[in-house]
Design a binder for this molecule. Sequence first.
Ligand code: HXC
Length: 510
Amino acid sequence: MADILAELETRRADARAGGGEKRVTAQHAKGKLTARERIELLLDEGSFEEYDMFVTHRTTEFGMAANRPPGDGVVTGWGTVNGRQVYVFSQDFTVLGGSVSETHGQKICKIMDMAMQNGAPVVGINDSGGARIQEGVDSLAAYGEVFQRNIEASGVVPQISMIMGPCAGGAVYSPAMTDFIFMVKDSSYMFVTGPDVVKTVTNEVVTAEELGGASTHTRKSSVADGAFENDVEALNEIRRLIDFLPLSNRDKPPVRPFFDSPDRIEDSLDTLVPDNPNQPYDMHELITKIADEGDFYEIQAEFAKNILTGFIRLEGQTVGVVANQPMVLAGVLDIDSARKAARFVRFCDCFEIPILTLVDVPGFLPGTAQEYDGVIKHGAKLLFAYGEATVPKVTVITRKAYGGAYVVMASKHLRADMNYAWPTSEIAVMGAKGAVEILHRSDQGDPDKIAAHTKEYEDRFANPFVAAERGFVDEVIQPHSTRRRVCRAFAALRRKEQKRPWKKHDNIPL
Ligand code: HXC
């Protein structure tokens, strides 16, 4: 009997050894942790329940019959993050380069199926040489099965991808369909075709890091939602993100204890908006002053910085924030900011996370570049996302809300539930200068007349009261009481129900 029990431990030790000491040392030398070390950091201590530790591939081609490592290059199972269930797979680069075989794919599919059945998020840790070359089409089929599950799981359970090594070729499309992608600086990359193929086809010379490293994907392509310095920081930050999210679309977001009075008054907000309407201010300040304990988990912080997206808590409850940022391009809406915010709004709506929108927007960015690249269609994404979202929506206009951008940014007309405006708000078709140029073109040579027209326009429109008279703004509020007003608004909306007409699904302008 003792022999039999000992054999289990021997087999377990063999599986846990991964690709062996030499390859583990090589992994560490690249600044990367192993698949199992990553799971240990991601999950609460001792909470990991592993599946399929002894699964091996069935290939016999290319001498593979003699090389059948237990686990087949991916560690799968579930555990908890601050006591809440999470499913995880972690590719083991030390075993056949973490390459995806038929059985490797089946292991991932198994935990995805369990996650959907049991209503818990999936965290995928990607570190793989891609399709296992020796398995040919079986490997491609395995990817296809994972892709299909990514699609089925979308909007059912949160899916988070950590890119912690290579992720190339068609393999990128599994993370691409998950809700969030995070990368580790200098040790991870994602691309559809690598530098060698790029050189052959387009004659461009580019490194893997330049083509698909963390900087590229967080700043240029927006494929990734964030980047971290190393594996440890990345896994800690993912734990922090999971704390904001519901486990599935069957659950409400978690409610955390909070130690920050919802009635907190912030007098400094009364002077946040400068007297000069063209002078910027940092919208981060407003977000952190509204949030419980000033905690803001920003998503896509390095991309389209003219709009801010991320999570805060109000009275311990998760709220998604979308805010124009006057510090960058005066907070204008453009293709990138509309795409960034639209995807975020849709994530919040899938998972019943209420949305707070902070508005200071002078309009859409003009120019041929924007028009040729389809700002009409991309801008419509954000408009559509807000209009279809049925979660509680609270909006605060701090300063400018001009033209179409006013309507897009969670206006009353898109069924926002509570629309506040600060007394500094200017809600109009456009700013005074532009309006006077159009309305009084013939007076352009006369500065006195132009000044008089501008003053008249500002007196009439550069305020929140015209909109408030029509009920498009529910209340004009003192900036210092914003946290209290917003907390009370969301509290009043906790049991909100909004019906929408039956449809198979909508046709958002992609
Ligand atoms: C089988 C693989 C493998 C693969 C790596 N290995 N990739 N085995 N299939 N795809 C093995 C290597 O043979 C080696 O085994 C070990 O993993 C480590 O690989 P190294 O090359 O020594 O590591 P490194 O120098 O760090 O280079 C990593 C790499 C390189 C850049 C990822 O391995 C590489 O280019 N691999 C092939 C990448 C690729 O073209 N994949 C197919 C992409 S297309 P030993 O025994 O020596 O340790 C794709 C399609 C998906 O994935 C389609 C979905 C629909």
